[in-house]
Design a binder for this molecule. Structure first.
Ligand code: ADP
Length: 673
């Protein structure tokens, strides 16, 4: 396999700014050269992935088997010696999470539109034998037509005997996890998904989570009790539906099939949710084939043959992107100038890319130029869970014994039950099913590797995290407060204050009280982030190190893109940008941008937020006591047009979505803007 200098990707795609980042991946906007279609390119460095490589393979295999109007489509996989690129359908509307934050909460009517699409996606995914297991508003993206697309199948499971078979891996994001899952019981994937859908529905209707706490043990107790508050604005019908979905006892929960024509879901609609795919796998479109055959000077027959191999290579990508064009009512045409030749990296791109590999070992917070559109979220892993993301192993005593990094733990599984939606459940006919209580090894790809904890000693599958105090023992001393690279020295505008990289010296982040449950606080990025059972002590440090290498390569790629896109070569502005009010802009009542900027600059250190200032943009981040970046976001002071007031654009790049929401709200309210 050739060494990856990025040229393999650039043969087929133009690559632009970063639009998101997850636990493992950086996602960039791209353009498929042959069709001219925009795509999202998920870039993963194999070194960074380490033990999580199977998770990516799981995601790729699942996405190859899924083709649905509400599931993000996979077009192309490029694997090199060091990286994996997944080319995906581009969703320019951002995460559903950001949409909720912007709107505070959604009306019942708007929620219903989205929720019907979520049901449609899940009914389809379940009908294909998969449980998603990481449903949350960060994993639902909005496309250009304001429709939802489900992403992030890295934690999905496809039980060999069908979806009715029980699973064991405790994964997903704690705040969305079903009670049976966090208790370490065997569970049915589709039932756990319905619980998460209930949490999601609540988040849409209320703008906050039904079960929430910084302290993970308290959070788990809240979840297992199943008690949550129904705010006064919820209609009786919404209260009933939420209650039917968030039933602690999985068998009493609604099934996805029941959701399809549930009275709440049907209100204002004349038909049940359509869950069948309007773009089924394997369908061959005549027009696309004709265009490809003409462009590549092949017979139609051989083109059909080539496409039908579904290799997720350039052929698959070209076909699917042509089809996407057709579905949007655009001409089914390939770019003539790009056809008829073996795609190669242009000499300019090649030189620039090679240069880029030696670029930038700096540790700036964000490598994109100031106009890059970035969205992001905390990464998704499989949990067992250190509630602290600090590199220390915090498994509880009772589970630690069975979860050594080298030994695959065993688990119990019990009787099979038929898939709850029963469209075409793949029941393992003829296959012996695991008997109740029988221990067996779980497949690595599904990470079905959680040992059942001793019920006498711990009611939760998730370990009790160590207290911050215990945690700090023996941790490396942070010699000096973080001093981010100060880009301001070169680029300081005349208007806003000069260098303002801050962290209060000697200040520790608040981590809850000592001892008891009160001490068991989540690190900021953990609460609704999916977690990894296989996490081991060395992981974080290793990932940090690998991440730095990857980061620098990525910065290199960004640099190339900036060079290829001259309009983006501008430095920081000395005046605030004039923008239209959008859903990620907080409107203030003030008219003096500098004053607002200064207020934010004063407040950030008080909130333990490190930042780098570039003109009127503040690239912010928070860190754990161990120096791990827990959150990254941008705040930009800008001028709105109507009314002519100062606005603050906010953009989450990394970290727990709800923690980010609270922090930014806190900063902006304290700033009294
Ligand atoms: P990871 O698997 O590392 O968690 P994700 O697949 O969740 O990464 O992607 C990280 C973020 O990148 C998403 O939350 C989203 O903001 C952005 N993103 C991912 N896929 C797309 C896409 N197809 N279109 C637009 N943005 C995307």
């Amino acid at each position: 396999m050739p060494v990856d200098n990025g040229s393999e990707l650039l043969k087929y795609y133009e690559v632009y700014e970063t639009i998101g980042s997850g636990g493992f991946a950086k996602v960039k906007l791209g353009r498929h050269i042959l069709t001219g279609e925009k795509v999202a390119i998920k870039i993963m460095d194999k070194k960074d992935l380490g033990d999580d490589l199977p998770r990516v393979k799981t995601e790729m295999e699942a996405m190859k088997n899924l083709s649905h109007q509400h599931v993000c489509r996979l077009y192309h996989i490029i694997e090199t010696a060091s990286r994996i690129y997944m080319v995906l359908e581009y969703c320019p509307g951002g995460e559903l999470f950001d949409y909720i934050v912007a709107k505070d909460r959604l009306s019942e009517e708007e929620t219903r539109v989205f929720f019907r699409q979520i049901i449609s996606a899940l009914a389809y995914v379940h009908s294909k034998g998969y449980a998603h297991r990481d449903l949350k508003p960060e994993n639902l993206l909005i496309d250009e037509d304001h429709n939802l697309k489900l992403i992030d199948f890295g934690l999905c499971a496809k039980p060999k005997g069908g979806l009715g078979y029980e699973l064991m891996t405790c994964c997903g994001s704690p705040a969305y996890a079903a009670p049976e899952l966090i208790q370490g019981k065997a569970y049915i994937g589709s039932e756990a998904d319905v619980w998460s859908m209930g949490v999601l529905l609540y988040a849409l209707l209320c703008g906050y989570l039904p079960f929430d706490d910084d302290n993970c043990m308290i959070l788990y107790r809240k979840i297992t009790s199943g008690h949550y508050k129904n705010p006064h604005w919820l209609s009786p019908a919404s209260i009933l539906l939420l209650n039917q979905m968030m039933q602690v006892e999985p068998k009493r929960r609604l099934t996805v099939r029941q959701l399809l024509d549930h009275p709440w879901v049907m209100r204002g609609y004349s038909s049940p949710v359509e869950w069948h795919s309007t773009r089924p796998l394997g369908h061959i479109d005549e027009d696309c084939i004709t265009e490809m055959a003409v462009a590549f000077k092949r017979s139609k027959r051989s083109t059909v043959q080539l496409v039908s191999e579904w290799k997720y290579d350039q052929t698959t990508a070209t076909y699917l992107l042509l089809l996407a064009k057709k579905q949007r009512g655009r001409p089914v045409r390939l770019r003539a100038e790009a056809c008829g030749q073996e795609p190669t990296c242009s000499p300019l791109q090649d030189i620039q890319l090679k240069k880029s590999l030696h670029f930038g070992e700096d540790d700036d917070y964000d490598d994109d130029d100031e106009e890059a559109v970035c969205r992001g979220r905390g990464g998704s892993l499989v949990f067992p869970l250190d509630c602290y993301d600090d590199g220390s192993n915090v498994m509880p005593k009772n589970t630690q014994a069975t979860r050594t990094p080298h030994k695959k733990p065993t688990c119990q599984s019990s009787d099979k039950r038929h898939g709850d939606i029963g469209y075409s459940p793949v029941i393992g006919q003829g296959k012996s099913r695991p008997r109740n209580g029988e221990k067996r090894q779980r497949a690595r790809e599904n990470k079905e590797n959680l040992a059942v904890p001793d019920p006498d000693t711990n009611v939760f599958a998730l370990p009790a995290p160590i207290t911050p105090v215990a945690n700090r023992k023996g941790r490396p001393n942070k010699a000096a407060p973080t001093t981010p690279v100060n880009n301001n020295v070169l680029n300081a505008p005349a208007g806003p204050p000069k260098d303002v990289s801050h962290r209060k010296p000697g200040e520790q982040q608040q981590s809850g009280h000592q001892g008891g449950l009160e001490g068991l606080a989540f690190s900021p990025e953990r609460r609704s982030r999916s977690l990894d059972m296989a996490a081991c002590p060395g992981d974080s440090a290793q990932k940090r190190k690998a991440g730095k290498v990857f980061g620098s390569l990525e910065r290199g790629l960004d640099k190339v893109i900036t060079m290829l896109t001259p309009s983006k070569r501008r430095g920081p502005r000395d005046t605030p940008r004039r923008i239209k009010a959008q859903y990620n802009v907080t409107m203030t009542s003030q008219t003096n941008a500098e004053q607002v900027l200064n207020q934010i600059l004063r407040i950030l250190p008080e909130k333990n937020v490190d930042f780098v200032q570039k003109g009127y943009t503040l690239k912010c981040r928070t860190e754990s006591d161990y120096g791990k970046v827990t959150m990254q976001f941008e705040l930009e002071v800008c001028l709105l047009q109507k009314p002519e007031v100062v606005g603050i654009r906010r953009q989450r790049l990394k970290g727990d979505a709800w923690v980010y929401k609270h922090l930014v709200e806190d900063i902006l309210s304290t700033t009294s803007v």
